[in-house]
Design a protein around this ligand. Structure first.
Ligand code: AMP
Length: 423
């Protein structure tokens, strides 16, 4: 039997875990200074949470959700994104009554039944922020500012922020009327999916990557020209804040994003270094009607989500290094026999309490091989405990990086030991 994980999933280990921790630690640090607090929601929800939020005629709801019935026949879905669950959670837990906006962030695995390829998985990880309770354009700018700071802290230099406004429901209605009028004679040139979208949710046609649909869209009216004065002013103010923050943006009037809950300002961060269609690292926008739609208070909101896996993929491709925090020395203790292991426990306990990364030999290898192995595995010091060391109450310390060796007394020379290994 071939042993493999389900298609579109991956095991993370080794270097990938170091990258992942670096990305998540950086995010936590950035989110904290902007005063965002963590929220954890379940990995699955009742299906209606997503179908009502993301939109019945979106690709995600129609084709990509992992939906199943539990033993009592309730329809559940593995979360395909974070925002809908958070909207549900903040309503349910009555978190929206004072001191708005409520600022939260999340880190979690998401599930979409997509065609797996490089940078596109069926289980993937996202981190994101949501700010709920104000439509002040400063909060849109702040959310983009966080996104920008986060990628800067990871070491990225050349990312592009695409931004657009898709207006409120009123401007959208006017736009859709004109857009449908434009499309009507062209419907036959659209792909089968877009022909369905034409009737049910024409805005989604902008999401289509197929060349036939793309060329029909070339001369289409843009929603941007239909923005009502309120939405236009709001968007202009967001841009003014971004300019004051020196955040480079590019207005992209074809940007609509894949969820129906978006309103007004939406954005996406892409890398021009990622040549594939999977070049978006993250995106987000305002969702002023979602809370009400889910049965909560009528409060505007905005947020973004970043793909962790794709961010790591690009970091590796660009050779961006993980900045390790000041780490203490790594120590490998070689105990020559069982008795030596017993004697070593006290030493290991002391070093681990002092927060050194320590390990002891479990393999049956010769001393020479153990020393070679430790050198190849990035240890800084080797401690050797043999019969002689037990007899003298001592430890042999080898500084692998500086090619030095010391003999110290374990009981009486702790200060000297600390000095050698840099405590
Ligand atoms: P979205 O929730 O679709 O706005 O996606 C936000 C970000 O999540 C994207 O820009 C990607 O970086 C990441 N992402 C979305 N779908 C996938 C996927 N299937 N596999 C890996 N990353 C994904």
């Amino acid at each position: 039997m071939k042993i493999n994980s389900p298609r579109g999933t991956a095991d993370l280990y080794g270097e990938d875990i170091d990258y992942r921790n670096f990305v998540i630690d950086t995010a936590r640090r950035v989110f904290k200074v902007f005063n965002y607090k963590e929220i954890i929601t379940p990995a699955f929800e009742y299906t209606w949470v997503f179908s009502r939020s993301i939109g019945e005629v979106t690709d995600i709801v129609q084709k990509e959700m992992y939906t199943f019935q539990d033993k009592k026949g309730r329809s559940l879905t593995l979360r395909p994104e974070g925002t809908a669950s958070i909207a549900r959670a903040v309503i349910e837990n009555k978190m929206l009554f004072e001191n708005l906006p409520l600022k939260v962030f999340y880190i979690g695995n998401m599930f979409r039944y997509e065609r797996p390829q490089k940078g596109r998985m069926r289980e993937f990880w996202q981190l994101g922020v949501e700010s709920i309770g104000t439509d002040d354009p400063l909060i849109d700018a702040e959310v983009i500012w966080i996104l920008n700071s986060f990628f800067e802290k990871l070491g990225f230099k050349k990312l592009v922020l695409k931004i657009n406004s898709i207006g409120c429901s009123e401007c959208r209605e006017k736009f859709l009327f004109e857009f449908r009028k434009y499309l009507k004679p062209e419907v036959g040139k659209l792909c089968a999916d877009c022909q369905k979208r034409f009737g049910k949710n024409a805005l989604r046609i902008f999401d289509c990557k197929k060349s036939g649909c793309r060329s029909v869209l070339k001369k289409a009216p843009s929603i941007f020209s239909y923005l009502c004065p309120g939405c236009r002013k709001n968007f202009e103010e967001v841009l003014k804040y971004l300019e004051a923050l020196d955040i480079n943006y590019r207005i992209d009037q074809s940007l609509v994003r894949g969820f129906d809950y978006y309103t007004r300002t939406i954005f996406e961060i892409i890398s021009e270094d990622l040549k594939s269609a999977q070049n978006a690292l993250g995106g987000g926008g305002r969702y002023d009607n979602l809370l009400k739609q889910l049965g909560g208070p009528d409060l505007p909101a905005t947020g973004f989500a970043v793909g962790i896996d794709r961010t790591i993929m690009l970091m590796k491709q660009l050779n961006l290094k993980i900045k390790k925090n000041e780490e203490k020395a790594r120590i490998y203790l070689i105990a020559m026999d069982k008795n030596c292991k017993l004697y070593s426990l006290d030493i290991l306990r002391y070093l681990r309490e002092e927060k050194f990364l320590c390990d002891i030999n479990f393999n049956k290898r010769s001393l020479k091989k153990e020393i070679k192995w430790a050198g190849e595995n990035d240890y800084d010091f080797i401690l050797i405990i043999g019969e002689d060391e037990i007899k003298n109450g001592s430890i042999t310390i080898k500084d692998i990086k500086k090619y030095r060796q010391y003999q110290v007394n374990w009981e009486n020379e702790k200060e000297k030991i600390k000095k050698i290994i840099g405590a």
